[in-house]
Design a protein around this ligand. Structure first.
Ligand code: GLN
Length: 546
């Protein structure tokens, strides 16, 4: 095994959203399945320091790592495919790079020198890329470069790739370029020209791709491959097809069938004799593709028009679905549409309800109404972060009789602040990176259903919030059947609430979805799907009785 890691740079061309993240994650998974120690880093060319302050409509979900970094959603794919945690070092943004360089300049580190993109910005990019390598934990590091070749924003990154390849030695790194092969329906043709131009653009920046991965709606035949190989200076078998597939989880298998992983290893001068162990992955795929059951789950949220906003929840449902051999159909419900009058129509037929995370008071009431409906109709309900807080608010208003009970996030004047600002948040004014973030411990109540679900009394889960359950009201809640079944061992902060006398009514202050992976589906999502299946079974039984 090599001492210093090998680097795989993944760039994109022609358009954005071609699935560089999925290709990187798939390749990473295949290499890991061959016994290599792999991690993936994402370089994002935007000037935000992290995506934590971005509206989910801009870039989809903000993913949170164990060490509390707010990161790009691609890190979620990396973890789900590789089944190993990422860290704050796995996501670099232009904002972070410039912030560091400018701070150094202010300290006087470059005294007397003009600070420039080359070498100061590129050096800082290099330093960030090398951090993961220096841990000694990885044989191969995949670096996904966000954006599209040709974007002004991406230029310093591409230049860094050029320099690094030269520095590291060409045998120690490769470049994989992902492009789109558009299909012209009127002439029935696949076109290679945009890819040729994109590879040329990369070459103008001094970077020669070793592999071309072609995203396409139709098979690319030998002639097209030969043409691409010729124009891109590569072997024909280095032109890899990435066909649109029914699920992202088939991508690794599809790439492996083209020997992509062994070709990559050969190019890096690493042994490739050992075939990857894909048994578990294939088992997951067959369970996912041949489900025995089907269940419809409502996802009530305010960002539902961009489904990437809830990426990890959707994937966690897929993992739990495969585990229970169930096809989980999601009914997307915009919470702003839900009223007391239409809630029974909107939720009619669903066998479980998820109340999504979120921020701010827009479209909040609809979530409360959905909670009320699920609670009183005994439909399984799973509240995540804000979803848990909403379940708490609804219960205060409609069971405890606390009129206008609320979270101070939505109503600072509420007479009953059942959700209040955490003590440590009180002096916080900056929005970026200041929430309660990352992994925190939680103790589960002995003998509770939650302990049974987790098969453990002590768990850790990832968080991203500023508000908390107001423990002053806890005894009132518990007297009325809504229990705190998970608490932080140090602060006593309520992390999980559960309603007794209901088949499944659970709210969690954390984000279990961030932890769910193909190899390790999250137990709470599995329990929720099982409860929904049970609810469905009872419904059909009762219908038969009538
Ligand atoms: N807005 C709530 C808070 O900050 C919930 C956050 C979330 O759902 N991630 O506490």
């Amino acid at each position: 095994m090599s001492v210093s890691p090998k680097y795989i740079f993944v760039t994109g061309g022609v358009t954005s959203s071609l699935g560089k993240g999925i290709v990187s994650a798939s390749l990473g998974m295949l290499l890991k399945a061959r016994g290599y120690r792999v991690t993936i880093q994402k370089l994002d060319p935007y000037i935000n320091v992290d995506p934590g302050t971005l509206n989910p409509y801009e870039h989809g979900e903000c993913y949170v790592t164990e060490d509390g970094a707010e990161t790009d959603l691609d890190l979620g794919h990396y973890e789900r495919f590789l089944n190993s945690p990422t860290s704050k070092d796995n996501n670099v943004t232009t904002g972070k790079i410039y912030q560091t360089v400018i701070n150094k300049e202010r300290r006087g580190d470059f005294l007397g020198k003009t600070v420039q993109i080359i070498p100061h910005i590129t050096n800082e990019i290099k330093r960030r890329i090398k951090i993961l390598g220096k841990t000694g934990n990885f044989d191969i590091i995949i670096i996904e470069i966000g954006g599209t070749v040709g974007d002004i924003e991406s230029l310093p990154y591409i230049e860094t790739v050029r320099q690094l390849r030269w520095e590291l030695g060409y045998q120690n790194s490769i470049v994989i370029h992902l492009t789109l092969i558009p299909y012209l329906a009127s002439s029935g043709e696949l076109k290679t020209k945009p890819s040729q131009h994109s590879v040329r653009q990369l070459m103008e920046n001094g970077v020669q791709a070793n592999f071309l991965v072609c995203r396409t709606e139709h098979h690319i035949n030998k002639d097209i491959r030969a043409k691409l190989a010729l124009f891109c200076n590569m072997d024909i078998n280095h032109v890899i097809e990435s066909l649109d597939l029914p699920t992202i989880y088939e991508v690794p298998i599809y790439l492996h069938k083209q020997n992509f992983d062994s070709l990559v290893l050969n190019e890096l001068g690493l042994p490739s004799e050992k075939e990857p162990d894909l048994e578990k992955w294939n088992d997951f795929l067959s369970r996912y593709k041949q489900p025995k059951n089907q269940v419809e789950i409502a996802l009530v949220g305010k960002y539902v028009s961009l489904q990437d906003s809830y990426k990890s929840i959707v994937e966690a449902l897929i993992h739990a679905g495969a585990n229970t051999e169930t096809k989980v159909n999601i009914r997307w419900i915009y919470s702003g549409d839900v009223t007391p009058e239409n809630v029974s129509d909107l939720l009619s037929g669903v066998k479980g309800v998820i109340i999504a995370p979120g921020f701010g008071d827009r479209a909040i009431e609809g979530k409360t109404i959905a909670c009320y409906y699920a609670r009183t109709h005994k439909i399984p309900l799973f509240g995540i972060c804000l979803g848990m807080q909403i379940a708490v608010i609804e219960f205060a208003r409609n069971v405890l009789g606390l009129k206008n009970a609320d979270s101070v996030e939505f109503n600072s004047q509420t007479p009953y602040p059942v959700i209040c600002l955490m003590e440590e948040q009180k002096g916080v004014t900056d929005k970026g990176g200041t929430m309660r973030l990352g992994l925190w411990a939680c103790n589960l109540k002995k003998g509770s259903a939650l302990e049974e679900i987790y098969q453990s009394e002590n768990i850790t889960e990832r968080h991203r919030h500023r508000y908390e359950f107001n423990s002053e009201y806890l005894s009132e809640y518990e007297k009325n059947g809504l229990e705190a079944v998970g608490t932080n061992p140090d602060t006593g902060l309520v992390e999980i609430i559960q309603l007794n006398d209901h088949p499944f009514y659970v709210g969690v202050q954390y984000h279990p979805e961030y932890k769910s992976t193909v190899a390790s589906p999250h137990p709470l999502f599995i329990a929720f799907i099982n409860a929904s299946l049970q609810y469905q079974l009872n419904k059909t039984k009762n219908a038969r009785k009538i």
